[in-house]
Design a protein around this ligand. Structure first.
Ligand code: AMP
Ligand code: MG
Length: 662
């Protein structure tokens, strides 16, 4: 009785939470990227922070705060460049094989660090080492190799058979660094060469711009620190790590505060502390207007001028929140990893660089053809991350296609292109300006586009050891067929069954393409171990039983996948519960079953093993390569074909659960 009375308030609270979560607050005002930037800059002093003095040993990578003016000459004195004899050039005039000149040696040897005592006068010479101080009276040095010692009982003399010009083999004082010269300009990033110059001037320390201290925080109930075990529904805090590293790359000093749950009190306390201790605060997550999103509400409480922008007409990055408290910037990045790092580079990195005394980063662009149509949302400027491939007709840009929730979209892209807010798409075969990210993409030796497989990494690894770089783009079997036909790749890994004949891949061969056998992968039914509907049965028996069980929930595959064709053949027109759930990879199928979001599906055997699932074999699938014939003789292509036949590589493929095809 008391049970039902207690349940009621809890239930009401739960329903209130559901209602709150379903109600979407709107962004107050969504502004353009340009307007967002302008508002932010209007409230900031974009100047280098004050300077600090550091020892040369700590100066590497820092930014020079003031010009460095040399206080001494280098070399500090006229110096000999060779081992030989200091002379007056006039005394050597006319020396030749037929008319050698004889010089009496002065009673002094000028080694390095020795201040000369004697003056060089007519027809005398003083022995001098490389680096020695040119003595008074001398104006040239003759090399020891060009002289002969007259070795008799008299005083030491040398014989010279060629004339010397004044200044020969002499480095004059200040010829390297002149006293009063500006050696380095403020804003220079200090490398080993700069450190060498400063040391040569006799300085042990140097004034550098203080690095902006940038607090990095993450928020989200789901976040787990890398290194800890992932709990159900947990996600690793990757933003914290990538933002901290990007802060350092932009010239700042990251101060990691870690990940916080979506708890208003805890988060506010941490943000206030960060703001007090640092020059800038970067928080990621909790900026959408969904359930548990608190970040903007916290920023709005911290002081003036407060939030300047919340909502930018950008994709990715719409929920970005920019604020300034006093003169300190505070930014809330969207939680989705690619959105977070994209908006960081667009809005945060330039501010850190300015505080750090670094010039704005110069963007490098290339023009590339985009072979596919890219749809885009009207009203938001869209940035599309792309991989670049060199084709016979110049660079080609492929959207990486993983979306803003992916960490790898940004990390593995070569660059991005922009689709204007007023365009609803970029048409296939358009030319686009691609802004390069990170180190400009080096054209790889081998391009593989198509379906990805774990054993492919074994082959690619083998050719990497032979010095060939490979770019693999996982665009699916059909994407690979299209790329191979367009000549955009060297090899396209495919595993497509011909629905008519039931044979694999042969129907994909077209003029200019040949089929190279790869390996077989056993496809089968995946289930959780212990599930009596599957355990101990054959695939056919299990299938019959589950098709009769309305509680058995399947997970399907996307149209176009080889596994999907096989599934449709197995189901023979039936559409059991879960049929419409169509993830795009073997791993997603296995994860859904392992986590209980589905009971069965089709995938390859190694993946079943990887997720600790049961497996009932159905049929081997052929994973082969379409080879673009015109590229067969390229060294990296030849190396790949050789690696496919290599015993060690084949052993690796077998160890991964595949069967080489021939
Ligand atoms: P939010 O902006 O908090 O609504 O988060 C949007 C999405 O980004 C969710 O899927 C989060 O799990 C993910 N996310 C938020 N913060 C992080 C983080 N620090 N690292 C990785 N993913 C995150
Ligand atoms: Mg969140």
């Amino acid at each position: 009785m008391s049970e039902s009375r207690d349940a009621r308030p809890a239930e009401t609270a739960l329903i209130a939470r559901v209602r709150a979560a379903a109600r979407q607050e709107q962004f107050l005002e969504v502004v353009s990227a340009e307007e967002a930037q302008a508002r932010f800059e209007r409230h900031l002093k974009l100047k280098p922070l004050a300077s600090e003095t550091v020892s040369l040993a700590d100066a590497l990578g820092r930014v020079l705060a003031h010009d460095v003016v040399a206080e001494v000459d280098a070399p500090p004195f006229d110096r000999s460049n060779v081992d030989g004899f200091a002379v007056r050039a006039a005394d050597t005039l006319g020396a030749s094989d037929g008319n050698p000149k004889v010089f009496t040696l002065n009673a002094e040897v000028i080694a390095c660090g020795h201040a000369p005592q004697l003056t060089v006068t007519g027809a005398t010479a003083t022995t001098i080492a490389t680096g020695g101080v040119i003595p008074r009276g001398a104006d040239a040095v003759i090399m020891i190799e060009h002289t002969e010692l007259i070795d008799d009982d008299g005083e030491p003399r040398i014989e010279l058979r060629r004339a010397a010009a004044p200044g020969q083999f002499v480095s004059y004082a200040g010829s390297d660094i002149a006293r009063g010269e500006t050696l380095l300009r403020r804003g220079a990033r200090i490398g080993s060469r700069e450190i060498g110059m400063v040391a040569a001037c006799g300085r042990a320390s140097i004034d550098v711009v203080r690095k902006p201290r940038v607090a990095v925080l993450s928020t989200g109930d789901e976040l787990v620190e890398p290194g800890e075990a992932l709990r159900p529904a947990g996600v690793y805090d990757s933003n914290g790590a990538v933002v901290a590293a990007a802060v350092a790359e932009a010239g700042g000093e990251p101060v990691a505060y870690g990940a916080f749950p979506d708890d208003a009190q805890q988060l506010e306390q941490a943000v206030r502390k960060a703001l007090a201790n640092c020059d800038m605060v970067v928080l990621s997550g909790g900026t959408s207007k969904g359930a548990g999103d608190l970040s903007h509400a916290i920023v709005s409480k911290l002081g003036k001028p407060g939030i300047l922008v919340h909502g930018v007409a950008l994709k990715p990055g719409k929920p970005l929140c920019l604020g300034v408290i006093g003169h300190k910037p505070i930014v809330v990045l969207p939680g989705f990893p690619t959105s977070a790092i994209f908006t960081f580079h667009a809005f945060v990195a330039p501010v850190i660089r300015a505080f750090a005394g670094l010039p704005p980063e110069a963007a490098q662009t290339v023009t590339a053809r985009v072979p596919l149509r890219i749809a885009s949302e009207l009203g938001r400027k869209e940035f599309v991350l792309v991989s670049l491939i060199d084709s016979d007709q110049g660079p080609v840009a492929f959207p990486t296609g993983k979306g803003s929730g992916a960490v790898t979209s940004f990390s593995q892209a070569d660059g991005f292109l922009e689709i204007e807010a007023l365009a609803s798409a970029l048409d296939a075969d358009s030319l686009a300006q691609v802004t390069l990210i990170g180190s400009a993409a080096q054209a790889p030796d081998l391009v593989i586009m198509g379906s990805h497989d774990v054993a492919l990494d074994a082959v690619v690894g083998a050719i990497a050891e032979r010095g060939h770089s490979t770019r693999t783009l996982a665009v699916g079997s059909l994407g690979g067929v299209a790329a191979a036909n367009r000549g955009e790749c060297d090899l396209a890994p495919v595993h497509l069954i011909d629905p008519q004949s039931g044979a694999y891949n042969k129907h994909l061969v077209a003029p200019g393409l040949t089929l190279v056998p790869g390996w077989r992968r056993m496809q089968g039914i995946l289930f959780r171990p212990g599930d009596a509907r599957f355990e101990g049965r054959s695939a056919a028996e299990a299938l019959k039983a589950i098709l009769a069980d309305p509680d058995a929930l399947m997970v399907n595959r996307n149209a176009g996948a080889g596994t999907r064709v096989l599934m449709d053949r197995l189901l023979d027109g039936k559409k059991p519960p879960g049929y419409a759930n169509q993830p795009k990879s073997h791993n997603a199928v296995a994860a859904a079953i392992a986590q209980g979001r589905a009971d069965w599906g089709l995938a390859i055997e190694p993946v079943a093993r990887l997720y600790g699932l049961g497996f009932l074999p159905v049929a081997p699938e052929h994973y082969d390569f379409l080879l673009v014939e015109s590229r067969r003789e390229r060294p990296a292509v030849r190396a790949f074909l050789e690696a496919l036949r290599d015993t060690a590589v084949r052993e690796r493929i077998v160890a991964l659960g595949m069967q080489p095809a021939d």
